[in-house]
Ligand binder design. Structure first.
Ligand SMILES: CC(C)C(=O)C(=O)O
Length: 465
């Protein structure tokens, strides 16, 4: 054989090198990786010291699952709410389409109406894609609606294959391939959601399966997307950690061994171990172009990767926002709280009420001297959210002065100093409040009233002098 990349198997079929080495391992018993996931113990992170190279694609992007995985975990949005959020996402993602796609259920008429209404907006980005039952009728529906891509569930761990689907790996793979073929026959681009990849047999199932998917895609001239779903949030990004938990290892395997181009690899994370954001960033760094996110991380259990977080990860990695308008994030948060009625936890980065609010007096003193000392970046410029000091028993004169300056937008020579008598008056009142047993922070209205009283008192004093 001249070509060293072609191998002849015992049945005399010509196999590529990868197919030969990564043949499906059709095991009799499920591999549940009991050493990693003992179930009656906390899952383990093990290291095999295999290190794979960083390989960030030149173009990276975000895809959105707010209306699919995000909606699975809450009461359905109304059509108007979906369209409004979609409009916001279009503005946030900017003209370069950094928020590239958004996926929609098409099960009910209401689902389809929402998808239609978003498509009618005529935006190039985010492209509307589908999530459907994997059968011919639904592929036809996708096609007839003019949608080019649909998600298809292809669960890949033995937990799913053996326990949920009650199949062997071979049966599962054949079943998935026949469904994907049907999709390709309709002319719709399949996006294969490899559910539970972080508990799957990467070499024994995932890579052989992806090699077959690649072949199918080539046969139909339609590239097949691979979405690596960290369904239970088990992924880790530590150097030298072993697959299937290693995010770098999984992305490397898909790209290098299964030959999936970076543009066709997407990571879908969950936050069960607080790692959704960092795992998604890792997926970018090791060769996935796409990370799939939901707005504010709202999704199953602990949620998905928050979309707004990846906007800032993008900017940090690329050194540019590439046209994204981050101020829209604040508008979305306000809309979400006022119109949808969801209270964003106050400490949520970038959007929570307190994300850039400092309370301790000593910090407030620093802020008053130079706000960079206690603010992550110019949050007023990028999020329309000036850095704030909440007034409490520990705020001190500096905290109260900062609150007044921020609230009344007093800058430069107009700014009030912590030595101003008005500040001292307000502080006396604050001290009395806490001395009489108060434990909560002061509200804006209470502070405004205290400032009015302080101004009156100072004016009276001036009049007497
Ligand atoms: C159901 C699948 C596709 C998913 O969203 C996940 O694995 O989190």
């Amino acid at each position: 054989m001249d070509n060293p990349n072609i191998v002849v198997n015992p049945h005399n079929n010509l196999l590529t090198f990868e197919e030969h080495f990564y043949a499906l391992q059709d095991v009799d018993e499920p591999n549940t990786y009991r050493n990693l996931f003992p179930y009656d113990e906390i899952p383990k992170i093990v290291f095999n010291q295999r290190v794979v190279p960083i390989n960030m694609p030149e173009k990276i992007w975000i895809t959105d699952t707010t209306f699919r995985d995000g909606q699975q975990s809450r009461a359905p949005y109304t059509t108007e709410q979906i369209v409004r959020l979609y409009d916001y996402m279009h503005r946030l993602g900017g003209p370069n389409g950094i928020i590239r796609q958004s996926e929609f259920f098409l099960y009910s008429k209401k689902d389809r109406d929402a998808a239609y209404k978003c498509m009618e907006r005529g935006y190039e980005f985010p492209e509307v894609t589908a999530w459907i039952r994997a059968n011919k009728k639904d592929f036809e529906l996708v096609k007839n609606m003019g949608i080019k891509e649909t998600g298809i569930l292809v669960s890949c761990s033995d937990y799913h294959i053996f326990y949920k689907m009650k199949m062997s790996r071979r049966q599962a793979m054949d079943h998935y391939l026949s469904v994907v073929r049907e999709c390709l026959e309709t002319g719709v681009r399949p996006r294969c959601h490899l559910e539970d990849i972080t508990r799957s047999d990467i070499y024994g199932f995932v890579i052989p399966f992806c090699l077959e998917l690649e072949k199918l895609g080539k046969e139909y001239g339609i590239p097949v997307k691979i979405r690596a779903c960290d369904t239970m949030g088990f992924g880790v990004n530590f150097t030298g950690a072993a697959i299937p938990r290693s995010v770098p290892g999984i992305i490397y395997g898909l790209h290098t061994h299964a030959g999936v181009p970076s543009e066709m690899i997407e990571w879908h994370g969950h936050n069960d171990f607080y790692k959704a954001v960092t795992n998604s960033t890792t997926a970018w760094l090791y060769g996935a172009c796409g990370v799939n996110c939901s707005l504010f991380g709202i999704g199953e259990r602990t949620g998905n990767t928050p979309l707004e977080a990846m906007v800032f990860e993008y900017a940090q990695l690329k050194g540019t926002l590439d046209g994204m308008d981050t101020r829209v994030i604040t508008e979305m948060a306000e809309y979400y709280e006022k119109e949808i009625g969801y209270k964003i936890p106050s400490r949520t980065p970038f959007v929570g009420k307190n994300f850039n609010v400092t309370r301790a007096g000593i910090h407030a003193d620093g802020l008053l001297k130079n706000e960079e000392i206690y603010n992550i970046f110019d949050t007023e410029k990028f999020l329309n959210r000036p850095v704030l000091v909440a007034v409490s028993n520990t705020s001190g004169l500096a905290g109260i002065a900062h609150w007044i300056n921020t609230y009344f937008k007093l800058k430069g020579d107009d700014a009030i100093a912590k030595t101003d008598p008005i500040v001292a008056h307000v502080k006396d009142w604050v001290d009395q409040e806490y001395a009489s047993g108060r434990v909560t922070v002061l509200t804006d209205d209470e502070l405004l009233a205290a400032i009015d009283r302080a101004c009156e008192a100072c004016n009276k004093k001036l009049a007497h002098e």
